[in-house]
Design a protein around this ligand. Sequence first.
Ligand code: FDA
Length: 307
Amino acid sequence: MFRAPLLMAARSTRLRELVERSRLSRPVVARFIAGRNRDEVLRSTELMLKGGLLVSLDHLGEDTTNAAQAGQLTASYVDILDAISECGFGAQAEVSIKLSAIGLALPHGATIAMRNTGIVCAAAQRAGTTVTIDAEDHATTDAGLELVRELRVEFPWVGTVLQAYLRRTEEDCRALADAGSRVRLCKGAYREPASVAFQDKGEVSASYRRCLDVLMGGAGYPMVATHDPAMITHALLAATRNGRGVDDYELQMLYGIRVDEQRRLADAGQHVRVYLAYGDEWYGYFMRRLAERPANLRFFLRALVTP
Ligand code: FDA
């Protein structure tokens, strides 16, 4: 009931200003955002790695409006990858990128996004780690997949995110289940029309299971991005059925969500990667986390009104 209005609110500039200005919202925001800057997120990264978890760092930013902004974000990715290299984290700490943040929506956006992601991938290669391209709204899916296809010519390890709520995704999984591919499968967090996306939770879960079966049965490296216990159980069974050991796939969750389960799975010998979002542009990401769970909204509103 709250999902659609919250996802609409995620696009509202006025509400964004209001929420960002409110100091009271900060403790709630901190639950999902791993740091406001490079040093803070590096500290969180170190703690995670010491605790036996892997990380993927997302420097937040969406709907970049000019090439200079896209260039700045690209430079900050290079900066964090240089830090990953200096700290010797290697592939334990990778990065995730939103193409809208790096210039895809600008005039000549495909060229700008290709150039910027190429720069980030070269820095990742130097640091001995990988890059995964996030999935945004369905209007960008084709452009994102095309960009990954081109990037993989030079950087075969570039990963891509697929969203199980899209009707097309099972087919995309088939196309991407080849050797060397890295696919992060999530349910999907945007507001999409019924013409392109399943609307019913049960249908989304059924699609997620079908997509998992395709990826686990293929030759690539599946990255199972979900907090849903039923999906995780399905993934583990599908991995065993397809003769995959723990090094042949990984489980992934978001920072601040089901933290005990992240620990439990890592302690049980699973590779668990935590997605750490950081930076000042947290509004859109934060609103999508609220939309996923009404209890988060109650917690947030209580923080806003409690003196
Ligand atoms: P579901 O929403 O059914 O949640 C299962 C259980 O997890 C809930 O019952 C609750 O216990 C817990 N939970 C889930 N979300 C919660 C929240 N916000 N707060 C508190 N508890 C919560 N989406 C996208 O469109 N593009 C992308 O690129 C990515 N990238 C991405 C990377 C990674 C590593 C993850 C884990 C997720 C994404 N997502 C994403 C988000 C994804 O599409 C989806 O919205 C969320 O993961 C929630 O879906 P679940 O599969 O967890 O199931």
